[in-house]
Design a protein around this ligand. Structure first.
Ligand SMILES: NC(=O)c1ccc[n+]([C@@H]2O[C@H](COP(=O)([O-])OP(=O)(O)OC[C@H]3O[C@@H](n4cnc5c(N)ncnc54)[C@H](OP(=O)(O)O)[C@@H]3O)[C@@H](O)[C@H]2O)c1
Length: 275
């Protein structure tokens, strides 16, 4: 893996997050090649990471052992169909991180015999705290799966999905998920201010509490339900707040919201595949 050439098509935010993680993990910068149309962006990438850059996608594809498609979904069809002839010779492992573009659509654009893994990362990848879902059909072998997983682990955790339809649920959970937590933190912050805490104090307390709770949940083997019970004394303050959430059917609200996100993901994927 450390001797292979990794080529990125598109050198934007998500590509930068992956490049940073890969270099920190020991991938030599000279083994990373980025195809990016914007001159300034190319200079920035070369200066920040020491990677090689080109302005021609096919040049990058010719050299790639592994190709990561990191352009916006709206341009992916044009980019992928233009790359197809260059991929025919070497047939590199391809990863697509484009939201909402189904495996079958991309496979048809790139060529049916190109090994292809579909990935859905999320924004905390920028901090190395991402959560990515990966899907590939059975034709993609174990070695290629482990290469794809290694790349995505550079920005956080990576989980495999057995069935591509689970990608829509994953989008509703981890893809859109950071925004749900931001909303909840905003609501707590607003309430903390109303209860009389200064702005800065309210902000810090909410953020640190969210981080502390997430770390407790990550770092202990205890179930979430038991963690919740362990901080809820009968007749105490926490119980009062939780009773109020229950009375207003928080769980039902969360379920409705995630189902709506999942359904929208299905709708968008269908529309993008038809374009
Ligand atoms: N950011 C996220 O949190 C996130 C989460 C999940 C999935 N994704 C997926 O990751 C992909 C990239 O997202 P991003 O946020 O990194 O977008 P981005 O910052 O806009 O990066 C895309 C890059 O591709 C370049 N580009 C445009 N047309 C190109 C072409 N024909 N050939 C080569 N490069 C081209 C863009 O250059 P110009 O700016 O000059 O157009 C830009 O630098 C998307 O498909 C998105 O769905 C992102």
């Amino acid at each position: 893996m450390k001797t292979k050439t990794l080529a990125f098509i598109g050198g934007g935010n998500m590509a930068s997050a992956l490049i940073k993680g890969l270099i920190e993990d020991g991938t030599p910068p000279q083994n990373i090649l980025v195809a990016e149309p914007d001159d300034q962006r190319r200079e920035q990438l070369a200066a920040s990471f020491g990677v090689r850059t080109v302005d021609d996608n096919s040049l990058a594809a010719n050299e790639a052992d592994i190709l990561i498609l990191a352009v916006k979904p709206q341009v992916l069809k044009a980019v992928a169909t233009a790359l197809a002839p260059a991929l025919k010779r070497k047939k590199p492992l391809c990863l697509s991180i484009a939201a909402g573009i189904r495996h079958a659509s991309l496979q048809a654009w790139l060529g049916e015999d190109i090994p292809l893994v579909r990935v859905m990362p999320n924004t905390p990848a920028m901090l190395g705290a991402g959560a990515s879902g990966l899907y590939a059909p059975a034709s993609v072998g174990d070695d290629q799966r482990s290469e794809a997983e290694h790349i995505m682990r550079a920005t956080g955790i990576a989980v495999w999905l057995d069935d591509e339809s689970q990608m829509d649920a994953l989008t509703a959970v981890s893809g859109s998920g950071p925004a749900y937590f931001f909303l909840f933190m905003e609501a707590m912050e607003n309430s903390a201010r109303k209860l009389g805490l200064p702005d800065k104090t309210a902000h810090l307390l909410v953020l640190q509490t969210a981080l502390g709770a997430a770390r407790m949940a990550m770092e202990s083997a205890t179930e979430l339900e038991d963690l919740r019970r362990s901080v809820t004394s009968p007749g105490g303050t926490t119980e009062k707040a939780l009773d109020s959430f229950r009375e207003h059917e928080l769980e039902k609200l969360v379920d409705k919201a995630l189902t709506a996100a999942r359904d929208r993901s299905i709708e968008m994927s269908t529309a993008m595949g038809e374009d």
